[in-house]
Design a protein around this ligand. Structure first.
Ligand code: FAD
Length: 311
């Protein structure tokens, strides 16, 4: 049984394709809630939305300020499922909408389907040690979804849909904008990378990461790391660490170098098609999950592998 009305809400253009595909898969009629751009509305319709509410965000406002209005529309149109993209603002908006609808929000869903006429959501708990399966019983189910849960369908530019622009002021979200500055650091979207080289504490110095960079550039891979490399050493940006509290990836190949393979890291690469591990400790837990394991000192083996790949 499909759900009659499925909604998705996103403030990030890159999530439209996947959320629209997920909504289409689960629902008969799909509504998108987007913020600011007319082009995004066209994109959402091409990806599968039947109607779009386009909130024209005013300067200095926050999308969570529209929560009450969005909840009112959801209530009026009796949406059965509301999927919110799990960006920082998305998580806030999901909580606010759920409270308006007198329900709760299920966060960071990793799988979503219908069983016995109810929405069933799976998500990680206990820092990635367990997977909880929840059958939602409320009239409207609110949850947050990241990238990688659904696969985007091919766009159909000939699809038509209704676009409703909403221009009102956002409610004050309790935050005042004092200054807007561009975010420092890099932008990287590891979630779409097909090849990823991950580095861990096996690297003794920041300069030594050059060896991993060389391997990544020789193979066209993105660089990622374990949490201590980003949060502790600060050798890489936070957007590059993988795991339960970082990015969850789905690459074809993940090469883990000097990474022990703790569960909190590995839940971020469980869906990699092939895991290659290089570690000098033959008892490192990562070897239990690796498809290809190389026991060796990275300082000896890594330059040799890169040299071979470049030849
Ligand atoms: C609530 C919570 C959330 C967490 N979330 C995350 C998360 O999202 N992502 C994450 O990554 N971690 C997370 N952690 C931390 C996680 O538990 C591990 O501590 C971390 O992943 C370990 O990083 P590492 O493998 O780089 O370092 P280590 O565990 O110190 O492992 C280093 C490895 O390098 C090997 N090595 C050393 N020298 C060499 C050499 N010369 N050549 C080859 N191998 C060598 C060692 O044998 C060892 O296996 C979390 C922890 C908690 C408590």
């Amino acid at each position: 049984m499909a759900i009659k009305n499925v909604w998705f809400i996103t403030d990030d253009l890159s999530a439209i394709g996947e959320l629209a595909a997920g909504a289409r898969k689960l629902g008969e009629h799909v509504t998108a809630v987007l913020f600011s751009e007319q082009d995004q509305a066209k994109e959402a319709i091409a990806c599968g939305a039947d109607q779009v509410y386009l909130f024209k965000k005013t300067e200095g406002s926050f999308i969570e300020g529209y929560s009450k209005e969005i909840a009112g529309l959801i209530r009026a149109e009796q949406a059965g499922l509301v999927m919110v993209y799990s960006s920082a603002s998305g998580r806030l908006i999901a909580g606010r909408i759920a409270s308006q609808l007198e329900t709760s929000a299920i966060s960071n869903v990793s799988d979503l389907y219908i069983e016995d006429d109810h929405v069933v959501a799976e998500h990680m708990v206990y820092g990635g040690l367990a997977l909880r399966k929840e059958k939602a019983l409320s009239d409207t189910v609110v949850l947050t979804v990241g990238l990688g849960v659904f696969e985007a369908n091919a766009k159909d530019e000939s699809r038509e849909g209704k676009v409703t622009e909403i221009t009102g002021e956002a409610e004050n979200a309790g935050i005042k904008v004092i200054e807007i500055r561009p975010k420092q650091g890099e932008t990287v979207n590891l979630k779409v990378a097909k090849k990823v080289v991950g580095v861990g504490r096996g690297f003794a110095n920041e300069e030594d990461l050059k060896m991993a960079e060389d391997l990544a550039s020789a193979t066209g891979a993105e660089l990622a790391c374990s949490r201590p490399i980003a949060e502790g050493e600060k050798w890489m940006g936070k957007e590059r660490y993988v795991g339960v509290s970082g990015a969850v990836l789905k690459p074809d190949v993940y090469v883990a170098i000097g990474i022990s393979g703790q569960i909190q890291h590995m839940v971020g690469v469980n869906d990699a098609k092939t895991i290659v591990a290089i570690n000098k400790d033959k008892n490192a837990p990562i070897f239990k999950q690796a498809d290809i394991g190389l026991v060796g000192d990275l300082y000896t083996v890594l330059p040799k592998i890169t040299e071979k790949l470049k030849a």
